[in-house]
Design a binder for this molecule. Sequence first.
Ligand SMILES: Cc1cc2nc3c(=O)[nH]c(=O)nc-3n(C[C@H](O)[C@H](O)[C@H](O)COP(=O)(O)OP(=O)(O)OC[C@H]3O[C@@H](n4cnc5c(N)ncnc54)[C@H](O)[C@@H]3O)c2cc1C
Length: 430
Amino acid sequence: MTQNFHTIVIGGGCLGCASAISVRRRLQRLPDTAGAKVCLLEKRVIGSGLSARHSGIVRAANAVPEAARLAKIATEQWRELDKLWGVPASFDACGAIWIAKDNGQTGNAKWDSLERQMQETGVEFQQISASNARAALPGFVNLYDGEVYYLEPGALQFDPSVVRNLLYRGLDTNQVEVREKTEVTAFERGKDGAISAVLTEDGERLECQHLINAAGPWGPAIFAGLGLSIPVSVEPVHVVNWLTSNREIKETFPIIADYINLAYFRLWRDNEIHMHQPRKRAIRETARAFAENPLAIIGADFISDPTNQGLGYTQIKVYEEIARRRFKNIDKTVYGSGYRSYFDITPDLKFILGPDHRVPNLVHCLGAGQAFKYTPVFGEIIADFVTGGTEYAKLAADFSISRFDEQYMANFWERVAGRDNTLQAEAASL
Ligand SMILES: Cc1cc2nc3c(=O)[nH]c(=O)nc-3n(C[C@H](O)[C@H](O)[C@H](O)COP(=O)(O)OP(=O)(O)OC[C@H]3O[C@@H](n4cnc5c(N)ncnc54)[C@H](O)[C@@H]3O)c2cc1C
């Protein structure tokens, strides 16, 4: 059966859903395309890929100013999602406290400059005194001498299971045609090189004018058949939820971005403390994640393989040790649950957003690690690219896939196989 769509989106994670919703709403508003159909294809169910494992944190402060700007816009859009998607989002406006090392006389140049940059970007982010941090956090949070604290009052936290339902509501309200359990397996291309049809595992042939790749770490395998390289790999990360007494938690408390112990903590399901570690930032580590290429085994499907979900005893103990430094009550709490998950990463750890220069009608929407927070604004960016809008597309200027050209990739691979990979460099990193 052949069917014709204005736009097909591959991938029903938060980014694919946002892209489909925003494109469909934009088309509805334009006189020539009001009835144009948008179809979202998801090989499992909505929100079952990486979007099944996020921590629901929306923080705007970011050392990359363009990312901070996007996160600020996204935060405002989350707050008024009914205006953008026709459905409201529920969240906890808890704010975040960042904890960093006080370098004493040498000052906190990096953090001071982040504070300045954020103020220039319009993101509220300022240093607060230890006593103000103490007042904002529950008594069971340990604060130490030699720390400095920054407050980001605008940070939000979401319940990821509520987010999944919100994605379904957004898709339905905007009449996106959703096909779950439908795997894209191949493409047909027209004379101009554009993708004219998408073929599915069930033997369907779906024609499209525009195609959006929001398949996260599955993207490289899907487009390999067309000879397109999509430089995405994955980096493992572990999550633990500690059960605490609900007598100890009187009310919600701010997200804790602990840059001393390198861990994020948040209140989870009202009486658990949820923790995970951030992405590794060193280029060397990123290059290694690509070189080891976990996606080579069975593609990104290994992410959802049940044998790959559990945490080992040692990993839990490591997290217990980290958590115990920050929380006095961890000794007497219980390991509630945990899982292994993955950040999707690109060579420079930044997103891939916008048209692919090699295929006229292909647009990418890939997150690079921490993308739940950008969901609504990424949808608007993709809608601009598909419908010829300009307001949001310009915000993606630095994130085109064309930046990963041959020269870039050659330099990148040198970090794995070339001059950086010496015993000396190895010793320096120990
Ligand atoms: C532990 C952890 C905590 C995190 N916490 C946060 C956080 O607090 N805040 C934040 O902003 N971000 C966070 N993130 C990042 C966030 O989870 C991801 O950036 C985001 O979920 C990526 O969404 P996506 O739509 O790009 O990918 P996915 O959710 O992976 O969606 C891709 C979809 O494509 C589908 N697909 C694949 N192949 C095909 C095919 N051939 N045909 C059809 N469909 C296909 C897959 O089944 C999948 O559903 C966290 C990540 C981790 C691992």
